[in-house]
Design a protein around this ligand. Structure first.
Ligand SMILES: *Cc1c(COP(=O)(O)O)cnc(C)c1O
Length: 188
């Protein structure tokens, strides 16, 4: 019944929230559904996205091909070079997006340092933490505003299910819930 389904989903979201130390968690049909929900809910024409130059290819191509086509100014930089990240920031930078460890290069990002740079410029910081899992890293405690997981990977663990998750404060989650979950339709 739909009651059983909704309580299974609730349990998944509550467990992810408990593991990441974030409340709430919202789950999606795939990691890319979670990623596109965050990017398309928060960014609009004229906004700048400052993005790591090492990302899961689906995310990199979404930014380079689709977000650019929508008039979003996508600037990629090496997140190991904090001065380069600082230089990439601008008054219209709304979001900073990283991935740590990055797929497939395994490059690590200093999450706390990038969060500080983003917040100093009134931007939000989102990090794809798929490869870390909450066992290795809890980015919200380090200052990230959004944590994204492909549950398809290590969180699933058996290669037999697909999903995605977004964790954030209730305030930061609000735009993701209306635009990202309902309008874009990547529901789990
Ligand atoms: C696989 C992957 C994604 C996309 O996840 P899907 O569930 O396959 O859509 C996003 N980020 C990272 C780091 C990944 O490895």
């Amino acid at each position: 019944s739909s009651d059983v389904c909704s309580s299974d989903l609730q349990q998944l979201e509550e467990k992810m929230a408990a593991l990441e130390g974030g409340e709430p968690c919202r789950c999606f049909a795939s990691g890319m559904a979670a990623t596109s929900a965050v990017l398309l809910s928060l960014l609009g024409s004229g906004d700048r996205l400052v993005m790591s130059d090492a990302n899961y290819p689906g995310t990199a191509e979404l930014a380079r091909n689709d977000l650019s086509r929508l008039g979003i100014d996508v600037v990629t930089v090496n997140f190991s070079d904090l001065n380069a990240v600082e230089r990439a920031m601008s008054v219209n930078t709304r979001l900073v997006w990283g991935e740590s460890p990055a797929n497939p290069t395994m490059r690590i990002t200093d999450i706390a340092a990038i969060a500080d740079i983003a917040h100093a410029h009134d931007a939000r910081f989102a990090i794809d933490s798929t490869f870390a899992t909450p066992i290795a890293t809890q980015p919200l405690a380090l200052g990230a505003d959004y944590v994204i997981h492909s549950l398809t990977k290590y969180c699933c663990g058996h290669g037999d299910a697909m999903g995605g998750a977004v964790l954030a404060s209730a305030e930061h989650m609000h735009p993701i819930e209306s635009a990202g979950q309902i309008h874009l339709g990547g529901v789990i």
